[in-house]
Ligand binder design. Structure first.
Ligand code: HPA
Length: 238
């Protein structure tokens, strides 16, 4: 079975998919964290891999940048491949007291995108993460003594320019981070009926104009992805 954007064989994608933006990061996650990783998608170079993490079958694939790209992959993964859990593992810009390297668990995603309105009769959708996934990652972090920030993020269509007042609006509404995909992922998950969550490493600070060097970005993301995978492992009670 293939779709317009995925050439994976039908049973080669796991029920749980990690979705970083960058396909090369998907390859890195598979190399660093999976046993027996196998390449399952190369269409458009949006590399995808399936393997096992401590016995749990899992896939990782790039989403590309922005809501339209992420939403295409999330929709096809759910509809055609029967994927039940998608966790975006990405980076974001922080505001206020958020520090570089902090991990944000995105409980809800506001947006300047029209994507969810197009699917929701022109109304504003409250794009929120799945509660069970959120709880699993927050509890997993607490159990390992890893600090995470739980709260809102903003998914923008404009990496450059956009609303000059956006940082002020984010701060006024206690929104911690900005990225470009979560609102669309959550909207697709609500419509298609799968579980979704975004877990984000803060790689930039909007007000302080500081940025994580690429090697630290990669290390931070790999550590964060290991935390996500540990949190998703089945518990003894099932
Ligand atoms: N804006 C949008 N997306 C991002 C940013 C940002 O500053 N940093 C990382 N992803």
């Amino acid at each position: 079975m293939t779709t317009p954007h995925l050439d994976a064989a039908p049973d080669l994608i796991a029920d749980t998919v990690l979705l970083p933006g960058d396909p090369l990061r998907a390859r890195h996650i598979a190399d660093a964290l999976f046993d027996d990783a196998r390449e399952v998608n190369t269409r458009r170079n949006m590399l995808g891999y399936t393997g096992h993490y401590r016995g749990m079958r899992v896939s990782v694939m790039g989403s590309g940048m922005g809501i339209p790209s992420c939403a295409i992959y999330a929709t096809e993964l759910a509809r055609v491949f029967g994927v039940r859990r998608i966790v975006r593992v990405g980076t974001c810009g922080g505001v206020g007291d958020i520090e570089l390297g902090d991990i944000l668990v995105a409980q809800a995603a506001s947006t300047d995108s029209n994507f969810n309105r197009l699917n929701f009769g022109g109304h504003d959708l409250a794009a929120c993460a799945d509660f069970e996934l959120t709880r699993a990652v927050v509890d997993g972090a607490r159990g390992r003594g890893i600090g995470v920030r739980l709260g809102g993020v903003f998914s923008t269509d404009c990496f450059y320019a956009g609303d000059p007042q956006l940082t002020a609006h984010m701060l006024a509404h206690r929104i911690h981070g900005i990225e470009m995909e979560s609102a669309g992922l959550y909207g697709v998950a609500m419509r298609e009926g799968f579980q979704a969550l975004s877990v984000l490493t803060v790689s930039d600070h909007l007000q302080r104009d500081i940025h994580m060097p690429p090697n630290e970005r990669e290390q931070g993301l790999t550590r964060m992805t290991a935390l996500v995978l540990d949190s998703l492992l089945p518990t003894p009670e099932g």
